[in-house]
Write a protein that binds this ligand. Sequence first.
Ligand SMILES: NC(=O)c1ccc[n+]([C@@H]2O[C@H](COP(=O)([O-])OP(=O)(O)OC[C@H]3O[C@@H](n4cnc5c(N)ncnc54)[C@H](OP(=O)(O)O)[C@@H]3O)[C@@H](O)[C@H]2O)c1
Length: 313
Amino acid sequence: MIRFGIVGTGRISDWVLQGAIQDPRFQAVAVCSRKADTAAAFISSHPQVFGPDAKVFTSIEAMAACPEVDAIYIGTPNTTHCPYTLAAIAAGKHVLCEKPLGCNLDEVERMVGAARAKGVLLMEAMISTLNPFFRALKEEAGKIGPIRGYETFYCQRSSKLDNFRKGIIAPAFDPRLGGGALEDLGIYTVYTMLSILGEPAGVRAEQLFEPTPYGPIDVEGHATLAYPGFNAEMTYSKMRDAKVPTTVTGAEGSLSVDEIHICAQDKLEKNPYFYEFEEFIGVLESGRRESAVNSHALALAVRRVMDSIHRQV
Ligand SMILES: NC(=O)c1ccc[n+]([C@@H]2O[C@H](COP(=O)([O-])OP(=O)(O)OC[C@H]3O[C@@H](n4cnc5c(N)ncnc54)[C@H](OP(=O)(O)O)[C@@H]3O)[C@@H](O)[C@H]2O)c1
């Protein structure tokens, strides 16, 4: 059994636990929240996940110091990912951290460097690349001859958009917390693209911004990534729904998939979040300290592309 501490009591922590408990090697033993009452309420609202002895923490350092915690899942806003991960690693804990792993390349390099130096597992909780249907798609993409083109989309009108326009700004729209369409949704198109095609030679990007009291935030964007002999196009938006499939074109055929970030997840045998815990625990059990799928190299390459997009706009 791997004993997990859960940091953050929002939507995503609730979702991932539904998948995590499908792995019999998963055990949830503690919750860390900014308020003890919130952590306690989260534990009591998940009786199928937590036992009666589950612990409550109000600081990542205190949770990381707990000898009954083996690994920490971080499900808090983006700017907390780096400091929380470094605190957990410093205490020798393995870390499964929500996307984006860090808010810029410097952060990701420090997180990866710290994990390697301490000999602990650090994995980005990017579900798309661990989805069995995506893995099959990636394998098929290797059978259609040299790639000639790639178009990918993740355009989903945010349920928080109306509130955002009334001035109620959720972390995903908050520039102070590392929000924005690229970090929230665009990252899925970058991750899946780089998983299949590798790192591009160049990036050209445009984004649309809306104002907030804390500075502008990107709500939609497009980028062209240059590969030898072809371009790959990515479009992402938090302003509009567009159900456009992702298409990989090879010299001998093409593949198309709806919603590449979730890849037919309703047809999976397990909850989609199960697969990231299966991978994380499997890597730990095998004695490795890095996932071969959500690898450090992939996380760093994704971050370089995303930083390049931010710099250009
Ligand atoms: N993998 C996926 O499918 C997926 C989906 C959605 C989001 N995400 C990622 O998950 C993370 C959280 O997203 P979310 O939509 O769940 O966010 P959220 O609901 O706004 O925040 C999650 C939790 O973080 C804590 N928190 C809020 N503001 C904080 C702050 N300023 N400092 C420290 N902690 C704070 C809160 O828990 P407490 O009150 O207990 O402290 C909150 O419930 C993001 O990094 C996002 O990119 C992943």
